[in-house]
Design a protein around this ligand. Structure first.
Ligand code: IYR
Length: 230
């Protein structure tokens, strides 16, 4: 810390009575449990400022040393979407056609996915999220970033939450490998594509797989003090 590092009182913290906190926590869960990953997108346009607000939300994510090691490329240009679709489908054909181990392909059967990705052209927006492995200064010097994957993962979670909260649907799409995205989108070498978030309205007859989420007991363990006489 140098003498220039400044601290300010925690801004805008609001404390709620416990009952209200409980209601807020529950209500947010009720809202978030309605989120579904959607693969059938409408081509209905979405105003750009809504996407901008969602990206600003993503940018509030906690991250390593506040380096904010992310970059969001918002693609609505039909030609660029088409190039991404063609390149992604080429990778996916190799994936489904033999590159992926059988066990992996079998794990995807309940989701009904295959190498065809029409939503990459049809949805109004592809948000391509890049992770900045290191920063490059004006004179070309490299600065290390920290916990890049964790940071970008958290930011992506906030982005998905913001999009749901705004009333849109999304699909986390991870063509693998994704190096073609640097080329198509002209991103520098210090950035690697993290995932494509497909965003828009659902198709009117959109269907999703019938899946369930694990229970609280399955996903959480509480380590609490036990009374000696208990
Ligand atoms: N990237 C492929 C395969 C895929 C992998 C997982 I793990 C999924 O949860 C879904 C799909 C695809 O997008 O089809």
């Amino acid at each position: 810390m140098t003498s220039e590092d400044r601290f300010i009182p925690l801004p805008a913290f609001e404390e709620y009575p416990v009952d209200e906190m409980r209601d807020r926590a529950r209500a947010f869960y009720e809202e978030m449990r309605k989120r579904r990953t959607v693969r059938h997108f409408s081509d209905r346009p979405v105003p750009r400022d809504i996407i901008e607000s969602c990206i600003l939300t993503a940018g509030t994510a906690p991250n390593g040393a506040n380096r904010q090691p992310w970059h969001f490329v918002v693609v609505s240009d039909p030609d660029v979407k088409r190039r991404i679709r063609l390149a992604a489908e080429q990778e996916e054909e190799a994936f489904y056609g033999g590159r992926a181990p059988n066990e992996w392909v079998e794990a995807l059967v309940p989701l009904g996915t295959d190498a065809s990705k029409p939503f990459l052209e049809r949805a109004p927006y592809l948000l391509v999220i890049f992770a900045e492995s290191y920063a490059v200064g004006e004179d070309g010097d490299r600065t290390k970033n920290y916990y890049v994957t964790e940071s970008v993962g958290i930011a992506t979670g906030l982005l998905i939450t913001a999009i749901h909260r705004a009333g849109l649907v999304s699909l986390t799409h991870t063509p693998s490998p994704m190096a073609f995205l640097n080329e198509v989108l002209g991103r520098p070498k210090n950035e690697r594509a993290f995932l494509i978030l497909v965003v828009g309205y659902p198709e009117e007859d959109a269907e999703v797989p019938e899946i369930t989420k694990k229970s609280l007991g399955e996903i959480a363990t509480f380590v609490e003090s036990r009374r000696a006489d208990g």
